[in-house]
Every structure is written in C-alpha cells, then in structure tokens.
Design a protein around this ligand. Structure first.
Ligand code: SD4
Length: 328
C-alpha cells in the first residue's frame, strides 16, 4: 500500500502538474446543500479489496499515464489474492466443482473485450484485453477463449480448487441446494473504473462469478453494458452483485446513459438500483451495487442493501467508503 510519505509527494506532484482538485457547493435533489467533490485523476473500485488494487492502478497511472494499463494491472492484484473467493482461480467453483472465470475491459472510446466461462487462466482480465486488441471480436467464451489463450502464449493453470474453496465446496455438496443467493461471503467481484488526468477513461471487471452456479453460466461481469460501461463523453460505471439482476436492467450502461441525460453519478446509481428492484421479483435474495463517475470527476455509489463498500483513490486520499443503499 502507498505509504503516507510517498502519497504526500505524489499529491504535491499532482498539484503542481495537474492543478488542485476542485470542490464546490452544490444542491442535491432534495435541495440540501452539500459539498460535491471533483477529482482527476480518479480511481474507483468495488469492495475493500479495491484498496490494494487501486494502489497498484494509481502507481501505474502516475508512472505511465495510461488508464488502460492502470485498470488491467490494478485488478490483477485481486485476481491473485488467495483470500478472495470471488475473483481468480482460487474462487469458489460452479456446481460441478470447476472454477470458471468472467472478465471485461473497456476504454472510453468504445474499445472493449471480454472473456466468459473461461477455465485455467490466471489473469482473465489480460485475456479480455487480448480479445479487444488482437481479435475483431468483443467476447470469447468457454473452450474458444481457452484456445485463444493458448494461441496467445498463455500457460494453462492446473485445474485444482484452492484449499479454502475446496473445503467450502465439499460443505456445500452435503446439501447442494441450488439457490443462487448472493450473501456477504460470495459477492466480491472487483470492478474498477479510472479517469486519467487527460480525461481518458477505462474500466475493468473480473470475477469467478456466483458460487456454485450452473456450469456454463455467465454473469454480468463479462457483458459490456451490464457489469461495465465506459464512455469518455460522459463517464463510467461498474457493478457487483447478483449478475442476473444487473443484466436485466443493463445496469452499467443505464447509469452512463442517465448521466448523459444530466443526472449526477450518485443520482444515476440510485435510479439504477430503483430500476433493478422494480424488475427483479425475488428482491429479498438479491444484493447488487454500482459505482460511477462522470467526466468532471464527480463520483457516486448505491446498493440494494447494506454492506456494499467501495474504494476511492485520488490526490486527496485513499478511502474505503460505505455505500448508501435502498432497502433496510
Ligand atoms: C456475477 N456479478 O457473476 C458477479 C458476482 C459478483 O460480487 O459481483 N460478485 O454475478
């Protein structure tokens, strides 16, 4: 994690080169005045594991100025985090006991790539980037994605559950009830969005998906517009939570389009959650959360229920923020 000294050094550097971060008084929908912050550069990520991922992304962004490298390398930290059972090959498997991964990456100019239901790949986010850069396609899934990885020189990892995932899978098998409830233990996808000092934007999203899902199931994370959407003319959004509920409303695309129509990132995330609640029947079993920023560097987040938090990194600090939520 960035230490305080180097952080201050970077802050001063940023102030000198890019100018101070702005903040101004504004009115929210209810007419209460509040401070609205604007930050550029800015990195947002879902959940607490977003903190170390943001640190890495920040480092890459400051040293290279490249938002795409930043969002790729940032979430690669999480893909290797053995304590995270919702991202990377150490994640909880599907109901057949096989870990299958989903990831997507997108630039603010509309370039994007994704992989879904892919096996034995340590860094699905990098494979998604290869799809974007080295193929005429946006999405490769399953065996095709694995074959593409081999052609690109990737080494396939041994297909073996991590000790913790195996223990939990063996436990689950005792009852093996297929009930895709997202709870506090199994919703930890990382979605990251970054705004560069020059206004360039990129986003990344990577996950092992819903624990004990049906073999072949894709969530929202590899679906451009659902788990991730970035448009430099407007802003960016990414999602976490029960993928089916997010796909139903094209959540991330919806948020960017609401911002295009003039909503703030916070208002757009809140509207998306309202929409999600109205379009999903089994809402008592659903958690989902969104984070977003606009091109001015304002940001917001909102979730269906309590428990969602997100990591923010800019020149003024690195914070883990508890998201506001709709249902109590
Ligand atoms: C999915 N959205 O596959 C992912 C799961 C998730 O935090 O976000 N977990 O549905």
């Amino acid at each position: 994690m960035t230490n305080r000294r180097s952080f201050i050094k970077k802050s001063l550097l940023g102030t000198a080169i890019i100018g101070p971060t702005l903040s101004h008084m504004a009115c929210n929908a209810k007419g209460d005045s509040k401070i609205e912050e604007k930050h550029k550069p800015l990195i947002l990520s879902t959940w607490a594991h977003g903190m170390p991922a943001n640190d890495r992304a920040w480092e890459v962004l400051l040293s290279t100025g490249d938002v795409l490298n930043a969002v790729e390398q940032g979430v690669m930290v999480t893909e290797l985090d053995q304590s995270n059972l919702s991202v990377g090959l150490q994640g909880l498997p599907d109901r057949e006991g096989i870990p299958t991964l989903d990831a997507s990456i997108m630039l603010g100019d509309g370039s994007c790539g994704s992989v879904g239901f892919v096996r034995q790949i340590k860094h699905p986010i990098s494979l998604a980037r290869k799809v974007m850069e080295n193929t005429p396609h946006v999405m490769l899934v399953g065996e095709g994605a694995r074959q593409f990885a081999i052609e690109e020189g990737y080494e396939l990892e041994e297909e073996k559950l991590s000790p913790r995932a195996n223990e939990m899978f063996q436990d689950w098998k005792k009852t093996s009830k297929y009930k895709p409830i997202i709870n506090i233990e199994n919703h930890d996808t990382i979605g990251m969005i970054a705004l560069g000092p020059d206004g360039k934007m990129a986003g990344s999203c990577t996950t092992s998906g819903l624990a004990y899902k049906m073999h072949g199931r894709l969530g929202d994370s590899p679906i451009i517009g659902a788990g991730l959407f970035v448009d430099e003319e407007v802003g960016a959004a990414t999602a976490t939570g029960l993928g089916e509920s997010i796909i139903r409303i094209c959540g991330s695309f919806l948020i960017v389009e609401l911002m295009r129509q003039g909503r703030s990132p916070q208002e757009a995330c809140e509207e998306a959650v309202r929409r999600l609640i109205s379009k999903n029947k089994n809402i008592d079993d659903i958690q989902a959360g969104f984070i977003a920023f606009n091109k001015e560097g304002e940001f917001g987040a909102y979730a269906v229920r309590q428990g969602f938090n997100y990591a923010v990194h800019h020149y003024q600090g690195q914070n883990l923020i508890d998201s506001k939520y709709k249902l109590t």
